[in-house]
Design a protein around this ligand. Structure first.
Ligand code: G3I
Length: 347
């Protein structure tokens, strides 16, 4: 369910009206070109090109009106920052708890925002009982977890991060060692096949960080996995590039090549957890333009609303300062989105 189709039809409607007036020979004062009329929120500006602009939402902050005012106004997509993770949703084996996840989901739905699901199979934020499992019982627990969570949210989630961060950092290009990996190399494809059956309406994503730089071994390893999955018919629809840029993992101008290369494999791409140490306006604009340049880039999610909401608050990496003020990076992103024309046909 996409909530951002209206602006495109609005643009088309205005174009039709302009055309009709032209046929009638009307010489009324020319209004500014509708396509050039700038939107004044991130979500509306992204919708001009058929994309979304989202944020991570923390359920614990939903009682803060300053937070919900900005989040409600600016974003049209929501990712639960922690509330749909394994430890939150299955704290005891087989006993699911969607209290916090539903709080985020319900807020998003009430405010007409689409929801990205994050995340079903991950080495981190596993509940204690899962951390202690190995082998077959862990594999079965992973399958039960995916079924339990996706069944609860069936038909409500636009994209699910089915598997998160399964590859190692550094130059090896290897899988990350974890209890899930030790159940066998096929754990990732089993997760995707399980997910497809549990909710055929959701796009199924692989999500990771440090896979933005096209020359990095980790990027190439994930690329090889996605290519293999597409060749063998493993159901994967999208790749999420977390895009946590900082001095240790800086933005590189070849990110666009990465997005294009993955898209050429036949998957959608998305920027899923964007933050930039120091919030360089130039870097934010570059990332936005990289997504806009790739027809299969579905949209951008920033990992939090204000700097003070960030997991890396000391790096002031987001678009709003702690007082809710718009930073220079906000303006650069909004301008880039507004400069985009209507969406090219995905492909
Ligand atoms: O909720 C408890 C609270 O009850 C307790 O008092 C407090 C004490 O430390 O901890 C709270 O939980 C914290 C939780 O965030 C909620 O604030 C955890 O300690 C903390 O580890 C957890 O951090 C989250 C982190 O994932 C855990 O891996 C961050 O908020 C969240 O932004 C971050 O998000 C990840 C993505 O899921 C995957 N990609 C990387 C990204 C950044 O690390």
């Amino acid at each position: 369910m996409r909530t951002n189709a209206m602006p495109r039809s609005r643009v088309r409607g205005r174009a039709l009206l302009a055309g009709a007036l032209a046929v009638l020979g009307t010489t009324a004062p020319v209004a500014p070109s509708p396509a050039a009329a700038a939107e004044d929120t991130l979500g509306a500006a992204a919708a001009r090109s058929g994309r979304y602009f989202g944020t991570a939402i923390a359920s614990g902050r939903l009682g803060d009106p300053a937070y919900t005012t900005i989040a409600g106004r600016e974003f049209d997509s929501v990712t639960a920052e922690n509330e749909m993770k394994i430890d939150a949703t299955e704290p005891q084996p087989g006993r699911f708890d969607f209290t916090a996840g539903d709080r985020v989901y319900d807020w998003a739905a009430r405010n007409a925002k689409q929801v990205r699901g994050h995340t079903l199979a991950w080495h981190s934020q596993q509940p204690g009982w899962m951390r202690s499992l190995r082998g077959g019982p862990l594999r079965q627990a992973m399958i039960r977890h995916i079924n339990g969570v996706m069944t609860h949210y069936r038909g409500k989630i636009v994209q699910w991060d089915v598997v998160n961060e399964a590859f190692a950092d550094g130059g090896s290009g290897a899988r990350r060692d974890s209890n899930l990996q030790r159940t066998g190399d096929d754990w990732i494809e089993v997760a995707f096949r399980t997910a497809r059956a549990a909710d055929p309406s959701a796009k199924l994503c692989y999500n990771d960080y440090n896979i933005e730089n096209w020359t990095a071994a980790k990027t190439r390893a994930v690329y090889a996995m996605v290519r293999d999955f597409k060749q063998r018919g493993v159901p994967i629809d999208c790749v999420g590039f977390q895009s946590h840029f900082n001095n240790g993992s800086p933005y590189n101008g070849n990110f666009r090549t990465t997005l294009r290369s993955f898209a050429a494999l036949g998957v959608d791409v998305a920027i899923t957890e964007l933050d930039v140490q120091g919030a360089s306006a130039t870097t934010y604009a570059n990332v936005t333009n990289d997504c806009l340049a790739v027809p299969r880039c579905l949209g951008i999610t920033v990992w939090g609303v204000r700097d003070t909401d960030s997991w890396r608050s000391g790096q002031t990496p987001l678009l709003f300062d702690g007082s809710g003020g718009k930073k220079a990076a906000y303006t650069s992103v909004l301008n880039a989105l507004n400069a985009a024309s209507e969406a090219p046909t995905p492909g």
